[in-house]
Design a protein around this ligand. Structure first.
Ligand code: ADP
Ligand code: MG
Length: 278
């Protein structure tokens, strides 16, 4: 199967009242196996509501969400869905359940009823995959925010998921913690072929994705490769969104009359472009 996630005509509203504002307003989205997708959008645009539909925390009022071939409305398959699509949330402290790192990582597979010998192997491999193996006997509360998020990611990987959904998982981290988490999820995507759905308000992180989805008022309003999205600076500004700092600089330089590519995303691309003027 090509699509690991299919969101079809999904409508969701938190209030039961008629004509209430829709948190998701007819969302359609297909995510292919192995893709790295970034979701951006202003506060309240519906990103978290969409994320919660992807592992059946919320069920659509209209339409359907299919995860690894299972409809999230299928109550009997709830654990299969949660195993397949793991979520990482914003606050690292709310996701740790045990007092020792390796016990925390074992929690998910234990709940799935997996054989203890197999759990041991999975915990070891998962901690190695996020580069936290040397911390296996440590108390989680002593770790940095970035390390805690990596332990939370290990807990998800230990359940052998198809995809990981990160809902602003880097928002509370310092720059080095953000870098650790980005490196970890990029590696899991490239090497383990795990599908990544990364909700973020850091545009430099969205640049790393294969595909960027922009939400506004419960709708997907833009959808494309990072370069195709970020070149539309005026449109993004209207949506009250930032653009990557190098894209912004290129936009300003172009406005001031410099003949520079307007779809610059990174420092390297900026350097190459500017060197043409020497
Ligand atoms: P985002 O994650 O993009 O900031 P959300 O999905 O959290 O957006 O919110 C989408 C809309 O749904 C907003 O208008 C928000 O106020 C509303 N909303 C979110 N959670 C709740 C809730 N638990 N109860 C009522 N309204 C909610
Ligand atoms: Mg949110």
């Amino acid at each position: 199967m090509d699509n690991i996630i299919q969101v079809k005509d999904v409508v969701y509203e938190y209030s039961q009242e008629e004509n209430s504002l829709k948190a998701l307003d007819n969302v359609n989205l297909d995510i292919k196996k192995g893709e790295f997708v970034a979701i951006i959008g202003h506060n309240g645009s519906g990103k978290s509501t969409l994320a919660k539909h992807l592992n059946a925390i919320l069920k659509p009022k209209h339409g359907n969400v299919i995860v690894a071939g299972i409809n999230t409305k299928d109550e009997d398959k709830l654990w299969q869905i949660r195993q397949s699509a793991g979520m990482i949330f914003q606050n690292p402290d709310n996701q740790i359940v045990a007092t020792v790192v390796e016990e925390d990582v074992a929690f998910g597979p234990e709940n799935l009823g997996i054989d203890p010998e197999e759990i041991k192997i999975r915990v070891e491999n998962s901690l190695k995959a996020v580069d936290m193996y040397e911390f296996r006997n440590k108390a989680p509360h002593l770790l940095s925010g970035g390390q805690k998020q990596r332990v939370a990611i290990a807990g998800i990987i230990a359940m052998k998921p198809d995809c990981i959904i990160l809902d602003e998982a880097t928002a509370m981290l310092d720059p080095s913690g953000r870098k650790e988490v980005m490196e970890t999820i990029t590696k899991l995507n490239k090497e383990e072929k795990i599908t990544i759905i990364h909700i973020t308000h850091f545009m430099e992180e969205a640049v790393e994705a294969d595909k960027v989805i922009v939400m506004e008022n419960g709708r997907i309003v833009m959808h494309g490769k990072p370069r195709e999205i970020f070149v539309q600076v005026d449109k993004l500004k209207k949506l009250r969104l930032d653009v990557p700092s190098m894209t912004e600089l290129a936009y300003e330089l172009k406005k001031s009359g410099l003949n520079i590519d307007k779809d610059i995303l990174t420092v390297d691309e900026m350097v190459i472009n500017l060197c043409q003027y020497q």
